[in-house]
Design a protein around this ligand. Sequence first.
Ligand code: PGA
Length: 231
Amino acid sequence: MDERAADIVAEVLARNPGAAISLPTGSTPVGMFHALVRRQREGTIDLSQLHLFCLDEYLGVSAEDPNTLTSWLRRHFVEPAGIAEAHLHTLPVADPDSAAAAARYEADIAAHNGLELAVLGISGNGHVAYNEPGSAADSRTRVVDLTPESIEQAAGYFGGATVPSKAMTVGVGTLLEAKQIVLIASGAGKQAILKAALQGPMTAEVPASWLRLVPERVTFLIDEAAAAGLN
Ligand code: PGA
């Protein structure tokens, strides 16, 4: 799964080295990040031109906070890959006018010709980025309230500090406009939510199910353990 996901990133960058792409945080993408950094060291991929658009971030956190999603992405990918600061696009979570700031983030994506590729994870509650249950298919980049499940999941990254209750996330509609979408999922813990997302009704209650609106552009990369419940 990690190597296949890295293959897709490599294919996109071979066509368009300066592509705008989004990559997820969490435990799932760690192997993909290792594969990408290894390939760059081996000289089989060039990550120096890409524009990385973050998918989500907690509201009100400072850029220096080591617990943020952006800090995590810096440690696991941006720094080892040597991606220039000017090529990292972070969600404007410190701006007091969230709506205007979110609109500017969308405009920045558009100014880079839209997302060429969005790689996504999926949580146990079906969120993609931080589009929590209840997120509409046409939702845009915005501030959302985190669910208790998401706050509990995030607590593992916060080392005892209080997890913010809100986040800014790229919208479902924004993601559905990406020219290519890849959802990665691994492990038996994702079986039930994948069955709901792939074989249940398309519904805001399972935001990942909206990806089936664009079957020609979406790839689900799922390991055997996570796929075990699928028909
Ligand atoms: P995980 O997170 O990769 O750590 O399971 C997925 C998510 O919350 O989107």
